[in-house]
Design a protein around this ligand. Structure first.
Ligand code: FES
Length: 128
């Protein structure tokens, strides 16, 4: 495991299936970490590609989330809008290792080389 390359954001058990949590990042966009009912985890910038709605507050269906503002469906895998809508939210590489979640540091804070600038997940966002 490459500790320096990955940010430890805490135990996977802190995010219930079907919900998301937000991760504030100093100097960068907030990140939403999703736990699907299938037991998969995904991290995306917490902004809808339409008008920046908070995706963390949307309803998770399979591996997509419905934006709470205008109901666009966003793929949690690719960040792309589904159906007829066009746009893409940046995704953050995430890995689950020994029950803990890690985000790729470079993707959280582009150009970062120092220690973690992200604090732990803070805000419980939404129960599906
Ligand atoms: S802001 Fe997400 S659908 Fe409009």
């Amino acid at each position: 495991m490459m500790i320096g390359k990955w940010l430890d954001i805490g135990p996977a058990t802190q995010i219930e299936a079907g919900t998301a949590r937000t991760l504030p990042v100093e100097g960068a966009d907030e990140i939403a970490v999703f736990h699907t009912m299938r037991g998969e985890f995904y991290a995306l910038v917490n902004k809808c590609p339409h008008k920046a709605g908070p995706l963390s507050q949307g309803i998770i269906h399979g591996d997509s989330v419905s934006c709470p503002l205008h109901n666009w469906r966003i793929s949690l895998k690719s960040g792309e809008a589904l159906g007829d809508d066009k746009g893409c939210t940046p995704t953050i590489p995430l890995k689950l290792d020994n029950g803990r979640l890690y985000l790729l540091r470079e993707a959280v804070i582009p150009g970062s080389t120092g220690e973690a600038a992200a604090s732990g997940p803070a805000t419980r966002a939404k129960a599906a």
